[in-house]
Design a protein around this ligand. Structure first.
Ligand SMILES: Nc1nc2c(ncn2[C@@H]2O[C@H](COP(=O)(O)OP(=O)(O)O)[C@@H](O)[C@H]2O)c(=O)[nH]1
Ligand SMILES: [Mg+2]
Length: 294
């Protein structure tokens, strides 16, 4: 007996940098997943669980859809595939400022068979309201079965309308998760992600794309949590950049990551970072597995 209780998977798809992770954090009302101005920040499929008295929505953030170049990319796209298979509702996020061909290139191969809510994101960048209306109309004509909604995830414009649209499309059923869980991932995972987020924010060019984070210790002491993490890069030169002059950059990274962790865990954190070089880890099955890319 479901008593009208609604429960289902709402999976978020889109191009890199469309704003998928920003949107998920907004819908959850908390900063669960990492975001950055650089592409390919999200490498894993991450569930964010939202429970209310009458329903439970299991959101899933996915990596942006790309043409795979490394084994790492292939694993990222496997995560997208698995998200396709269990979706009850699909949210497609498209940067309204990007050409519509970019959206077609992504959604046509997906062949979505579930109800689709197309969010045309980043409307805050467009000053002229009639331009937005014109674009919405074009997308509605192209995708007559989809709900099309212009929004700004960053400025929270028009975003209050998203939840009701999801609930209308959510199937009836039992909850999949206890109502106090917020994700399928543990604290170790999110702590590693917070380090990666600061790497994306602090370093330029290839560094973020060559970096992985491995938590070596996560020990809860009486007054604080001690966290030791390895940052893996592909080349010695990248290690030098990561450390910075006299270790100045890694120090910055450590401070910022620790602050983010303390906010996330609501506890004092002692953080130690170590940089290690593992040539070609992104194409090495064993390393990929060790760093959590299954
Ligand atoms: N101007 C603007 N930027 C946004 C908006 N939503 C997300 N962004 C930015 O776009 C970048 C990519 O966002 P992210 O959520 O990581 O994208 P993802 O790759 O699709 O997960 C970040 O710098 C966000 O701050 C929006 O509504 N307006
Ligand atoms: Mg993302």
């Amino acid at each position: 007996m479901s008593n009208g209780f609604k429960s289902g998977f709402v999976n978020i798809f889109g191009a890199p940098n469309a704003g998928k992770s920003t949107l998920l954090n907004l819908l959850l009302g908390e900063r669960l997943v990492i975001t950055s101005p650089k592409v390919q920040t999200t490498r894993h499929r991450i569930l964010g669980i939202f429970s209310e008295p009458g329903y439970q929505i299991v959101f899933s953030d996915t990596p942006g859809i790309i043409e795979p170049k490394y084994k790492l990319h292939r694993k990222m796209m496997d995560q997208v595939k698995s998200a396709l298979e269990d979706a009850d509702v699909a949210i497609v996020v498209h940067d309204i400022n990007r050409p519509k061909e970019e959206l077609e290139a992504i959604t046509d191969p997906l062949r979505l068979k579930v109800p689709v809510i197309l969010l045309l994101n980043k409307t805050d960048v467009i000053k002229d309201k009639s331009t937005i209306e014109g674009l919405v109309k074009q997308y509605q004509e192209k995708y007559p079965n989809w709900e099309v909604l212009p929004i700004s995830a960053r400025k929270e414009e028009n975003t209050k309308r998203i939840m009701p649209l999801i609930l209308e499309r959510l199937p009836e059923g039992e909850a999949f998760y206890p109502d106090d869980s917020i994700s399928d991932r543990n604290e170790r995972f999110f702590v590693a992600e917070l380090i990666r987020e600061q790497i994306y924010n602090l370093y330029e060019e290839e560094i973020p794309y060559h970096a992985a984070v491995l938590i070596q210790a996560f020990e809860e002491k009486t007054t604080l949590t001690v966290i030791k993490a390895d940052i893996i890069v592909s080349r010695e030169t990248q290690k030098i950049i990561l450390l910075g002059k006299g270790g100045s950059m890694i120090k910055q990274l450590g401070i910022r990551a620790r602050q983010a962790m303390e906010e996330f865990l609501q506890r004092k954190v002692h953080l130690e970072l170590f940089v290690k070089v593992r040539p070609k880890w992104r194409d090495n099955e064993n390393y990929l597995r060790e760093y959590g890319y299954n």
